[in-house]
Design a protein. Structure first.
Length: 449
């Protein structure tokens, strides 16, 4: 490439999600000239920020927040400088957004209490803030996008990053090569490059390699293919926390993106079970998901980490949608980008073959490829537990023990729904490039250099 193919600025930010916009806005506030690079077009840009709940926790005490983070990461200790920076700066997020002009409100209905209240430090949690007090609906992404645009920070869309430019003598990062309009272009940065390129949940090879998941469906953006990880590795960065991710129960439907499965349900009926491919129950279905973890077997475990089958009856089918439609949960690729509205009685999804229906459990087992006799035995044992009010096998909560007794019967294959991945370059491995957290405040991003 010739010098005619070069542009320069103070700071290059790669990725137009919450982390990228926050870094770009912070750099702009400091007087730097900024280029914000985004691989997607404007209709799908924003990464998982655009598809998320768009909320962040309210910290009433940075000191206690540090204690809480250490407790949350027990067994996987974090560097103390990371703990201290996170605890200090996350307490500033809401005020920083208010300073940009956002109307911030604390939710009175969602995430009002800590997810892990028994852990030391959980008293730091004072609720969840959102833009305009609205969950999801692209509110956080839209505000940050408009705030950047109002300050003259333009996004270079349809410009996937290809590689970082190293100084041949100092090995410092001097810029970035991007693909634009079918040609490669060099962008030089006097102050550094911020990688805010998201995770790797949309790359099947990386998911198999780092998470050990061979059968999975993503919930969010298809753009998170690990681009930033590969670029950082190419210049010698070490990776850390690559096993950290969130899976929840889901249903595949059609296409590459799946749908959130609202189980366990907030209200009854609860006439359903999870079975493994051998048609046996294997997990307490009433264990509430806590962003990828459930309490079972006396400890917190990631769940689900393997495909399962959901078996239920007519009582549950007719009680409401198994996957909340956008007006109830405006989160995820299918809800926000595709506008899919799950039918109120699940009938459309049954007609499409996403959910199998049969008059008997044996017939349902045949449709799902399960052992019919064993599935009948499994349901019989579960129904006995419902009648006695005690689940000796898996300890399901008594109030959720509702028999699977009303035909027709239903079932579907449910691979883990992968919401996001968290791993990335370690703080010491990537030299003068960084991947900030989407919840990091701008001050922590600038001082991370």
């Amino acid at each position: 490439m010739s010098q005619d193919d070069e542009e320069s600025c103070d700071v290059i930010v790669v990725g137009a999600g919450a982390a990228g916009y926050a870094a770009a806005l912070a750099a702009h506030e400091s007087g730097a000239s900024v280029r914000l690079i985004e691989k997607c077009g404007p209709d799908s840009a924003g990464g998982n920020t655009r598809l998320s709940g768009g909320g962040w926790f309210v910290s009433r005490s940075p000191e206690r927040a540090a204690v809480y983070l250490r407790a949350l990461s027990e067994g996987f200790p974090l560097p103390e400088d990371v703990v201290a920076t996170w605890a200090r700066e996350t307490a500033l997020n809401s005020d920083w957004l208010r300073g940009l002009g956002a109307q911030i409100e604390t939710s009175d209905s969602v995430h009002t209490v800590p997810e892990y209240p028994e852990l030391d430090g959980s008293d730091c949690y004072a609720g969840m803030d959102t833009v305009d007090g609205v969950l999801g609906s692209e509110r956080l992404y839209t505000f940050l996008h408009n705030a950047a645009r109002a300050r003259g920070i333009e996004v270079c869309y349809d410009s996937p990053a290809r590689e970082l430019i190293e100084d041949p003598e100092s090995a410092e990062i001097r810029g970035l090569v991007v693909q634009r309009n079918g040609a490669e272009k060099r962008l030089l940065a006097r102050g550094g490059v911020v990688l805010a390129t998201g995770g790797f949940e949309a790359d099947a090879d990386l998911v198999r390699t780092y998470l050990g998941l061979a059968d999975v469906v993503r919930w969010g953006t298809p753009a998170n293919t690990g681009d930033g990880l590969r670029m950082a590795q190419k210049i010698g960065a070490d990776l850390w926390h690559m096993q950290s991710a969130m899976t929840i129960t889901g249903i595949r439907g059609e296409g590459e993106a799946g749908y959130y499965l609202a189980m366990p349900r907030a209200v009854g009926p609860h006439s359903y079970i999870y079975v493994s491919p051998d048609a046996r129950r294997f997990a307490d279905e009433s264990a509430g998901p806590r962003h990828g973890h459930v309490r079972q077997h006396g400890r917190y475990e990631r769940f689900p980490m393997q495909s399962l089958f959901v078996i239920f009856d007519e009582n549950l089918r007719s009680a409401g949608p198994l996957s909340p439609p956008p007006d109830l949960l405006p989160i995820g690729w299918q809800a926000l980008m595709k506008g899919y509205h799950w039918s109120h009685d699940n009938s459309i999804e049954i007609e499409r073959g996403w959910i199998q229906r049969a008059d008997t459990l044996a017939e349902l087992a045949d449709l799902l490829g399960l052992d019919a006799s064993r599935l009948e035995q499994t349901v019989e044992a579960y129904n006995t537990a419902c009648h006695t009010g005690v689940d000796h096998q898996l300890g399901r909560r008594p109030e959720t023990l509702h028999a699977i007794s009303q035909p027709p019967y239903y079932g579907f294959h449910a691979p883990p729904l992968l919401g996001w991945t968290n791993g990335g370059p370690g703080a010491t491995g990537a030299r003068e490039c960084w991947i900030p957290s989407a919840r990091s405040s701008p001050a922590s991003m600038l001082r991370a250099r």
